[in-house]
Write a protein of this length. Structure first.
Length: 393
């Protein structure tokens, strides 16, 4: 009898223990789920912060130049952090990142405005790839809906890396690994006589404006052509980013006497985009805000081949895009440049020719670089949005 009581008492204790464990475990599970979700959120925030600091720096260190590998890795990581919107791919060995609007589907997707941004075409223009990186941040966090952005952040990785390795000796290098000027290597519709006349004007610069063995001879050129002619992608607008001056140029590059059918609309859109950059002057301070706006109002907007600061050239990316690939809109955007005498002063009395070239085509790290990137990334966003609104009407 006593044994039976002991057994019953033991079973009762076990039942109570199981009941307690059941309810306690359920609460613990819920708590664990909440903890896991909070940890994932904290990890995501930490990862985003790490990505931002690695790709854009911190306020304390100021803006500085990233290596080619770092820039490409920043774009690759963006596809993981913003997987619902960003997709990374490789075309002919070239990094391509697409930032899309996932909520724009069905009939609305047909009105989506697709923008292709090409940076880093010329090796010595390091600031242009930095601009692509800055524009990526602007697009991810401030772009309007109904837009799809396609980034080629470093069109000429081998040439850029050559400059990075030794700015003092290679800072003037413009071409790809083989010395071909990639902005002269695209197919063009102009006749051979016109090509010869234009290229004769650049005979003294032949060592840095080589058009290549034939149009499209270079892998980098073919990569861009592949993106522009894909069956599953309709590019509405091309932005080719360069440095050497500050200007916005519209097609055609090749022909001083021939204007693109949308020339007037392109100029109008470029001028429309010159709205106040910062609604709240407090973001930068009123004095800085006013200086930026004054600078923007002086920005030249003109036909590339008509501008006194630019020149006729055959085989350019924008001419190929709008004249051969039938992209409706294209701009060549020059985001920084100083005259050679000024560059020599900036580079210092003991500077090499390569260092002078770097100063001529790239703003100094810190405040100058930050200003150029901040202003131009916002401007290009506004320019694309202006065209989207014009196309909708």
């Amino acid at each position: 009898m006593r044994t039976r009581k002991v057994i019953l008492w033991t079973l009762g204790v076990l039942a109570a223990l199981l009941w307690w464990m059941h309810h306690t475990s359920r609460m613990t599970y819920e708590e664990v789920e909440m903890l896991r979700e909070s940890e994932e959120l904290a990890h995501a925030r930490k990862t985003l912060r790490e990505w931002t600091e690695a790709c854009y720096g911190t306020y304390a260190e100021g803006r500085r130049y990233r290596t080619t590998d770092t820039i490409i890795e920043c774009f690759r990581e963006a596809s993981y952090l913003f997987g619902g919107r960003a997709a990374f791919s490789v075309s002919e060995g070239m990094a391509v990142l697409t930032v899309d609007d996932p909520e724009c589907t069905g009939e609305a997707a047909e009105d989506k405005w697709h923008v292709l941004v090409v940076c880093g075409q010329h090796a010595r223009e390091l600031v242009t790839s930095e601009l692509c990186l800055d524009l990526l941040y602007e697009v991810l966090f401030a772009s309007e809906p109904g837009m799809a952005w396609h980034f080629l952040p470093v069109m000429n990785p081998a040439g850029r890396e050559r400059v990075e390795r030794d700015v003092a000796r290679e800072g003037c290098w413009r071409g790809n690994a083989g010395g071909v000027d990639l902005n002269r290597n695209f197919p063009s519709w102009v006749d051979d006589e016109h090509k010869a006349r234009v290229r004769a004007q650049w005979e003294r610069h032949a060592n840095e404006t080589s058009p290549g063995a034939y149009p499209g001879s270079e892998r980098e050129t073919r990569a861009v052509m592949e993106v522009l002619t894909r069956d599953d992608l309709r590019v509405d607008m091309v932005l080719n980013v360069h440095s050497g001056t500050e200007a916005v140029a519209v097609p055609y590059d090749c022909c001083a006497l021939e204007r693109h059918p949308l020339y007037s609309q392109m100029v109008h859109a470029a001028q429309t985009a010159k709205r106040p950059l910062y609604e709240d002057p407090g973001e930068l301070g009123r004095e800085v805000h006013e200086k930026l706006q004054q600078w923007l109002e002086r920005l030249p907007v003109q036909q590339a081949s008509h501008a006194t600061i630019l020149y006729e050239s055959v085989g350019t990316l924008v001419d190929y895009a709008v004249g051969v690939a039938r992209v409706p809109v294209g701009y060549t955007v020059e985001i920084f440049g100083v005259d050679e005498p000024v560059a020599r002063v900036l580079a210092g009395p003991d500077a090499t020719e390569g260092e002078v070239c770097f100063a001529q085509f790239n703003p100094a790290p810190g405040e100058a670089l930050d200003r150029a990137l901040r202003v131009w990334s916002r401007y290009l966003c506004d320019l694309a949005h202006a065209w989207k609104e014009m196309a909708r009407k």
